[in-house]
Design a protein around this ligand. Structure first.
Ligand code: AMP
Ligand code: MG
Length: 347
């Protein structure tokens, strides 16, 4: 399959009507799949009303068939077409954080959306992305668009059109290139079908930000304990993994450096994931600074690119520093722990 590529300047006002957007929208209207930028990561979109279109997403990504897709919309009004009811707390959150990186799970209206997208669940996750290109594309199709991250399943999510191309060219109809994404980690997934809403996946909107608007929330216990079954089907899969084994290391940088030397003496090629603060301290086969500790948003923004960049170094092992488990750090740690397959050691 020929994968078309269009470049769009995301700083242009009202992109609807741009030829690139119109061509991409036409493909979506023809039930083809197209990748596009959002403020979190690149999404792989398809018409959420059509089984065949949605099936193409699963095929291109190699995504497990029981992992539901988030439905993307550009207009809050249409939410009621797809769900039974919108609880007050969900309304308040939409008002506060849409468009933005918050996916809200609600009770689904039967028989409207493709069951392939919602994988037979009685609920549906919906969000409105905060990106001019995504919004223009959604408005041009006037369709609900099912869109997971536009990577091959298991690999780090794509934060540039180049990442999408590396994973999916030849397997999808097009990529709209709007430059690097902003937040760099996926949306927060919040289950609003319970009286006290539950975070199923930490992401771009923090627990604190949600609590500021609706008060008490809880967190799916499986997020803190790998032995428990997660409430969100997708959270049970290994994700975000670089080619080499990744291990998170709790400890001082001197101890981490000692471990690097030890592993090198065993004959392993070792990389280290750190931040600007410690970049020049480490001696390893590959040292990558992922943003700055002073600014955890910068770590979130570069994390997936960093994980992908290790792949070019042909390493056996990557040791990663830890990050504080608060604010956006919760989403960073969630992704790192999963990328590491829960391997965490304390020195
Ligand atoms: P992705 O778009 O691939 O980054 O992942 C979407 C995430 O949202 C996955 O972890 C899904 O399991 C989760 N998700 C989507 N819809 C639902 C739903 N109805 N209930 C629970 N989790 C959902
Ligand atoms: Mg994904």
């Amino acid at each position: 399959m020929d994968t078309k590529r269009w470049s769009v300047d995301k700083n242009v006002d009202n992109l609807t009507g741009y030829p690139q957007i119109t061509q991409a929208a036409d493909l979506l209207l023809n039930n083809e799949v197209v990748a596009f930028p959002t403020e979190t990561v690149y999404g792989l979109g398809a018409n959420a009303l059509n089984d065949q279109a949605v099936a193409k997403i699963f095929e291109a990504k190699g995504r497990p068939a029981d992992n539901p897709l988030i439905i993307h919309i550009a207009d809050e009004e249409v939410v009621s077409d797809f769900v039974e009811e919108i609880p007050e707390k969900a309304k308040q959150l939409m008002k506060a954080y849409w468009p933005g990186p918050l996916t809200i799970i609600l009770k689904m209206k039967e028989g409207v959306l493709s069951e392939k997208a919602t994988v037979g669940l009685s609920t549906v996750g919906i969000r409105m992305p905060d990106h001019p290109v995504a919004l223009a594309l959604l408005q041009s199709t006037n369709l609900p668009i099912a869109a997971p991250s536009a990577n091959s399943s298991g690999r780090p999510s794509p934060t540039t059109a180049e990442h999408v191309w590396d994973d999916l060219h030849g397997k999808i109809s097009g990529i709209v290139d709007g430059g690097p994404t902003g937040v760099g980690l996926e949306s927060t997934v919040l289950d609003c079908t319970e009286e006290v809403p539950v975070i199923l996946r930490p992401g771009g909107i923090t627990a604190q930000q949600i609590e500021e608007v609706i008060g008490e929330i809880t967190v799916d216990p499986a997020l803190l304990d790998s032995g428990q079954k997660p409430k969100s089907p997708g959270m049970k899969y290994r994700h975000y993994a670089p080619d080499a084994a990744l291990v998170l290391v709790k400890g001082e940088r001197e101890d981490i450096q000692r471990l690097i030397l030890e592993k090198q003496q065993e004959g392993l090629k070792v990389g280290v994931l750190t931040t600007e603060e410690n970049e020049s301290f480490y001696q390893a086969d590959k040292v990558i600074a992922c943003g700055s500790r002073e600014n955890l948003e910068s770590v979130a923004g570069s994390l997936y690119d960093t994980l992908r960049n290790f792949n070019s170094a042909d390493l056996d092992l990557i040791l990663s520093e830890m990050f504080p488990d608060e604010g956006v750090g919760q989403a960073i740690m969630n992704r790192l722990v999963k990328a590491a397959g829960y391997r965490v050691i304390s020195l």
